[in-house]
Each structure stands twice: as structure tokens, then as C-alpha cells.
Design a protein around this ligand. Sequence first.
Ligand SMILES: [Cu+2]
Length: 307
Amino acid sequence: MRGIRRGLLCAVLAAAAYPAESAAATREYWVAAVPTRWNPVINGQDAIHGARYDAAATIFPTVTYRRYSRGFRAPAPSAEDTASGVGRIPGPLLKARVGDTLKVHFKNLDTLTRAPHSMHFHGVEYKPSSDGSYVPGFSGRDAEVKVGQSVTYTLHAGRDSGGVWSYHDHGPAMEASLKGGMYGALSILRRGERRPDREFVAFFTALGGFETIDGRAFVGNTPVFKARVGDVVQWDVLSLGDEFHTFHVHGHRWRASSGVTQDTRSVGPAESWSVRWREDAPGTWLYHCHVESHMMQGMIGLYRVSR
Ligand SMILES: [Cu+2]
């Protein structure tokens, strides 16, 4: 009897922690703005062209979003914290399904610049008090969270919210924050849509004097995305900043919503989209921005498909 009760209790707790994918749920995240030191060229080289970079010249202090456990008790382990596998740019990948309510608790721990910060989310429904955008004389504390303070943004994944969206600082220091990597992705499944076997976040931005994917420049520093033949893979492609990029993957094609087959698609500032395919091409492939100067300045990486 005790065993059965304990089993039931476990089932109830598991259901609370991991709501069924089909039922509308409230999903809570704890995210803080935290200082870090970032190196876009962490291995010190552009492997394709043989150029070397001195870490003293490429490392810089910055502030990024970091995932925390419930109640901001502790930073999340890095495996949960990073969307890309290469570090804290972009910030944590927030996930939801159409119909869900998201409660994102944000705390400003920026002891580096001590600027007020915020989180502003694309693609979802919210009241102005969860907009997170600084408008002098109009916006509230959601738009300028001071160091040591926190707010909660309440967002709803509406019927038209399915897809991938960016979130970013929209406080008074927004321009510097975006240049420093304070952004992340929000991935929302449509009704009845299954989660892919692999989800890759590729965030295209200029950062620290380089053209970066997920804050890193050049093969060997940018994420090495991995899949197996048969996997349904989803690429979440996003961009912020001042430039347009063209996402290209070697050896693969996908069907655009227009019905046209593509192997390259552009993404501009604050645009975002995802593509899916079932993997059938084993090998080591390149993915990159096809704006040539961007590719030369770092926007290129590896995609490994095993059998
Ligand atoms: Cu580009």
C-alpha cells in the first residue's frame, strides 16, 4: 500500500515538474543578467585560414543571461544553461507550447556595469507591464530592473506564437547589451507538434569585433552541432544587430513554407525562423553565413552527422 502511495506521489510530482506536452501548462524560468568574460575565439585560431589570435586581444568582460534554479538559489549547471553547447551566448533556450503561460523571473546581477536591464520577448502575448521595454515616462520597473532587483514577466504562447523567437535586453542600456551578447531564444511548439530529436540554436550576431554564431567565431569555436541519420533535426536561426545574414548548410536542403526548396535563407535583425528535416546525410558538413565577409570574419561552423 505504502509502495503504491509512494508511486502515486512520484507520478504526481513528475507530472508537476514535466507537464504533459499536450496540456496547457505554466512554465517557470529563473534568468539573471550576470557578468562574465567572453572570448569569441576561444582556441585562438581561425583553423581554415591559419590566422592566430592572442587571447589578451579577444577576451572581453560582458553581461549575459544565465539560467538559475527555482528562486535564484543557484546558477543552473552549464549543460542546462547553454543553448548552443559553447557557453552563455546566447542565453538559456526557453521552451513552451502554444496555450502555455510562461512566467520568467528576471534578476539583475550586473555588478560589472551596474546598468538597469530587462527582458523583452518576441512572438508571445503579454500586457504592457511585461513588455520589458524602456520608454521614458511610460514604462514601469519591468523595463529597468536595477542591480539586485527582480521582476516576473508573464507571457502567453498564443495560437500564432508557434516557432522560434528572440528575447533580449530592452532597458536603457539595450544597445550596449545587444553588442555584448545579452539575448537568447524562445522555442514554442505548435499544437500537436512533436519535439524534434535535435534542436540547434544558431544566433547570428557581430560580437567583439568578429562575426559570430552563438558568440563564437571560426570553425573549432562555433558550435559543433551533432545528429544521427534518422533524427528529426530542427535549426533555430536568429539574428540581432545591424546586419543581414544568409544561413546555409552544406549537403542539405529544406522545404520553405512557399513550397520552394532552399539550402540558403536570409535572417535580418530580430528575425527568426526554424527549419526541420529528417537527417539522411552522414558526414562532417559546414554551416555558415553566406555573406562572404561574414564567413571570413568567423560565421562558420561544423555539423556532424553519424550513422
Ligand atoms: Cu552574415
